[in-house]
Design a protein around this ligand. Structure first.
Ligand SMILES: Nc1nc2c(ncn2[C@@H]2O[C@H](COP(=O)(O)OP(=O)(O)O)[C@@H](O)[C@H]2O)c(=O)[nH]1
Ligand SMILES: Nc1ncnc2c1ncn2[C@@H]1O[C@H](COP(=O)(O)OP(=O)(O)O)[C@@H](O)[C@H]1O
Length: 387
């Protein structure tokens, strides 16, 4: 790997003077996070020391990693995750990351990949809202309802672009409606843990990549997932908290009429979709799976009911005014200073304090929600003014 082996002093890893390495112990494991590679092309290396056997493991690292990763500091938040604060070169809100080491998502992916897994999840300020999962039989109008919502509120909602092995329809654009992909490529990526969920639907493979959900959250938007009932079940079982909505047709005859009128499928596919529709309608009644049911009879009425499930006038969704980012040009660096209960103090560099562009900050982690896959929401930051 071309890296120096970590030194040991009294059985502990010695990191003295190594600004680019941290060692954080969680139970009987120590997580060594370091930057490797040159200034221009740095990568993050994570290694796990099992203290009981004194053996090192290189874990599978999932989630989008921090960019601008140079010096950093780290502290244990709880037995599930480590807070990593990246120093230099990035605004504060791009600098706060969580490395999940023991969450239910980590355990789930560890089973799938058969390796040790750690997952990066970026901290997001304020109360951003849960993703919305929409399911329902083919032709019921899910796509129509979602398109209306995105058209009316483009800055509030973002669509999770799924991967699929089915062929594109005439008006579908790769990367916008779906990521159209080869089955072997998608299967490989699933085995690498890149998917939040996947399912075989109407003879094709469909799935939601972790990146698709993160991309929407990073834009500060509420994520909308259009997935089948099996997918909804997987998301329910995952650590992604979401709101689950099932859209029903007014009748089976009307569903068939819509599917035919859409004119996108050949007869054989229509028959397959209608057979699957009965199963989806049956399975939608699984207790505790869906939070809400909408009947899409008259489109405008259904759209009105859909919007009522999504608070749209709550302007506070993504903002948190306790910490001001007014001076966006200044990017002071912070180091983790201490932790008490769910409050972590971040210390700026002394010259930034003297210049008046930084002060001690308190990170309040008491309202964290979400986490990988996706982002860790609910972060609160407050300046601490010393008298
Ligand atoms: N599990 C899962 N299902 C998906 C995903 N993307 C789309 N689907 C579902 O796959 C089914 C077929 O979608 P599509 O081929 O676009 O046909 P349509 O539903 O008739 O418009 C629908 O039930 C979608 O909700 C995904 O990422 N995961
Ligand atoms: N309430 C409605 N009344 C009549 N037609 C509708 C209604 N909602 C959707 N449609 C039409 O039904 C067809 C299927 O809708 P679509 O949104 O593609 O369904 P899905 O995404 O659930 O497969 C489309 O041609 C759409 O224009």
């Amino acid at each position: 790997m071309g890296e120096e082996a970590p030194e040991f002093v009294n059985g502990e890893i010695n990191l003295e003077g190594k600004d680019f390495k941290t060692a954080t112990t969680v139970g009987h494991k120590t997580y060594l996070i370091s930057r490797s590679g040159g200034e221009s092309k740095s990568t993050i290396s994570i290694r796990i020391l099992d203290k009981s056997t004194q053996t090192w493991a290189v874990p599978t690292v999932l989630g989008t990693q921090p960019v601008h990763f140079e010096a950093h500091s780290a502290i244990l938040v709880n037995e599930n995750m480590i807070l990593v604060v990246v120093k230099k070169g990035a605004p504060l809100i791009e600098s706060i990351w969580f490395l999940e080491v023991n969450t239910s998502f980590v355990k789930q992916q560890s089973k799938i990949t058969g390796t040790e897994v750690v997952v990066w999840s970026k901290g997001v300020l304020g109360r951003s809202q849960k993703p919305v999962v929409i399911s329902g039989p083919s032709g019921v109008g899910k796509g129509t309802l979602i398109a209306k919502l995105m058209n009316d509120f483009p800055s509030r909602f973002g669509f999770s672009v799924s991967h699929t092995t089915r062929a594109p329809r005439e008006k579908e654009i790769d990367g916008i409606h779906y990521h159209f992909t080869e089955r072997s490529k998608m299967e490989k990526e699933i085995s690498e843990g890149k998917f939040l969920e996947f399912a075989h639907v109407h003879g094709n493979l469909y799935g939601t990549s972790i990146e698709a959900v993160e991309a929407v959250t990073d834009e500060g938007k509420r994520c909308i997932l259009d997935i089948d009932v099996q997918g909804a079940r997987s998301v329910r079982a995952s650590s992604l908290e979401a709101l689950f909505i099932f859209v029903c047709p007014p009748s089976f005859e009307e569903l068939e009429k819509r599917l035919r009128a859409r004119g996108t499928e050949a007869e054989e596919q229509i028959q397959k979709r209608l057979r699957n529709a009965r199963a989806e309608l049956d399975q939608s009644n699984t207790p505790g799976l869906f939070d809400h049911f909408l009947v899409n009879d008259d489109l405008e009425t259904c759209y009105g009911n859909f919007k009522k499930l999504l608070p749209l006038d709550d302007g506070s969704a993504d903002s948190d005014d306790s910490y001001s980012t007014a001076d966006s040009k200044a990017t002071p660096s912070y180091t983790v200073l201490s932790k008490q209960d769910s409050e972590i103090l971040l210390q700026p560099e002394i010259h930034d304090v003297e210049k008046g562009i930084a002060s001690l900050l308190a990170l309040d982690l008491s309202s964290l929600s979400g986490g990988a896959p996706g982002r860790t929401r609910g972060l609160k930051i407050q300046s601490v003014h010393k008298d």
